[in-house]
Design a protein around this ligand. Structure first.
Ligand SMILES: O=P(O)(O)OC[C@H]1O[C@H](OP(=O)(O)OP(=O)(O)O)[C@H](O)[C@@H]1O
Ligand code: HPA
Ligand SMILES: [Mg+2]
Length: 182
């Protein structure tokens, strides 16, 4: 139960489902990078909850860094204008990078970000997204680890916001269109 339950049209993934899927992804990453040290890059703010759960389930030497990017503002559609509001603190040259995202939607954020990171010459770079909404894609993005494919609906919770709210909802649900006037 949450004070936000009334704003949610349908629960897509419960806390339990999220926990199980995050552990499966972490096991896969642990198997794929045996003998290597990895660097997880969390794309703030949406991915902070996923990152916190994922990194604790990965059994490898691992460093973490954070980058902040924003393109949605207070709306439910990508503005197409991606802004870096915080860059990484670490050098990624020759490192094995995994970019950790909450959602891949239009692809504007990740196609922009991956280009910037590739130019810094990491040893390797892969993308891990909890949610993938392929129906809305306008820019192609290659994903290596994907938690769930979702339909074309605006979702909130587990780090995902609408106008900065709902990030602390423990499950992921579809927001009722009346909340954003849709
Ligand atoms: O594929 P796209 O259409 O670009 O959408 C995905 C991006 O949009 C959201 O971030 P947002 O810009 O809302 O910032 P936030 O993480 O602070 O919520 C989300 O966290 C992803 O980073
Ligand atoms: O469906 C979504 N919900 C929240 N934030 C988002 N950013 C892109 N798509 C979404
Ligand atoms: Mg957002």
């Amino acid at each position: 139960m949450s004070i936000f339950d009334n704003d949610i049209q349908e629960v897509l993934f419960s806390e339990e489902q999220l926990k199980n899927r995050v552990q499966e992804i972490a096991r896969q990453i642990t198997a794929d990078y045996q003998g290597k040290e990895i660097m997880l890059i969390s794309v703030l703010r949406g991915s902070f909850v996923f990152m916190a759960d994922l990194c604790r389930a990965i059994d490898l030497p691992c460093t973490l860094d954070f980058m902040a990017v924003s393109s949605y503002g207070k709306g439910t559609k990508s503005s197409g204008q991606v802004q870096i509001t915080k860059d990484l603190s670490e050098d990624i040259t020759d490192r094995h990078i995994i970019v950790v995202e909450d959602i891949l939607d239009s692809g504007n954020t990740l196609s922009y970000l991956l280009k910037i990171l590739e130019n810094r010459h990491p040893a390797s770079i892969r993308l891990c997204t909890l949610l993938d909404k392929p129906e809305r894609r306008v820019k192609p993005v290659q994903v290596h680890y994907s938690g769930f494919t979702i339909p074309d609906a605006f979702v909130v919770g587990y780090g995902l916001d609408y106008a900065e709210k709902y990030r602390n909802l423990p499950y992921i649900g579809i927001l009722k269109p009346r909340v954003y006037g849709g």
